[in-house]
Design a protein around this ligand. Sequence first.
Ligand code: G4P
Ligand code: NA
Ligand code: NA
Length: 194
Amino acid sequence: MKLLKQVIEDQGVVLSDGVLKVDAFLNHGIDPELMSEIGREFAARFEEAGITKILTIESSGIAPSLMTALELKCPLVFARKQKSLTMQDNLYSADVYSFTKEKYQTISVSKDKLTKTDNVLIIDDFLANGQAALGLASIVQDAGASIAGVGIVIEKSFQPGRTLLTGAGLRVESLARIASLSENKVTFVKNEEA
Ligand code: G4P
Ligand code: NA
Ligand code: NA
C-alpha cells in the first residue's frame, strides 16, 4: 500500500535492527485519514471472502480494524489482555508468548462474541513473531468459527511470523512488508503490490 509505505518512510523511526517506532500514526498517535485508507485496502482485499466479523487485540489493532469493519459492514471484536475474574467461565482464552516482553500473556474473548457461523478476519498492527495472531486464531477455532485470513498493517518479513501463519494454512495480507531495518533505514520487500 503506497500511502502507508510513504508514511512509514516519512514518520517511522528505526529504533534498532528489529524495532520500528510508529507512534506518530499507529501505536500512540493515530492518523484518521491513513486508518481510513487502511480500512479500504483491507476491505478490498477481503471483499469476496464473506467476512462476518473482525477480531483483533487491544490496543493498537483496534483503529485499523474499526475502519475495516466500517467498510465491510461487519462487527468488530477485540481480545482483551486483562481477564475479568468474574467472567472466567464465559471466555475463550489463549496464552500468547511475547518475545519482546519475554513472558506469556493471556488474551480473552467473551464466548457470546463469536459463533460457529462466523467467518472471521483477524487484524493486527504488527506481525513480528506471529504469536498474537496465532493466539487469536486459536480463539476463533475454539469458537468453532472459520478464519478467512489475517490482515496485518506492518509486517516485519525478516521475523518468523508470516512463515508460521502461512505454514498453519492461513492467508496473510500485509499492507507494508519490511525486509530489513538495518543500517538505520526501512527497506521494503521488493516486487510486492503497491
Ligand atoms: P508477535 O505477536 O508478532 O509475536 O509480537 P511480539 O510479541 O514480538 O510483540 C509484542 C508487542 O510489540 C505487540 O504490541 C506488537 O504489536 C509490538 N511490536 C512488535 N514489533 C514491533 C515493532 O517493530 N514496532 C512496534 N512499534 N511495535 C512492535 P502490544 O504489546 O500488543 O501493544 P499494543 O497493541 O497495545 O500497541
Ligand atoms: Na503494538
Ligand atoms: Na498489536
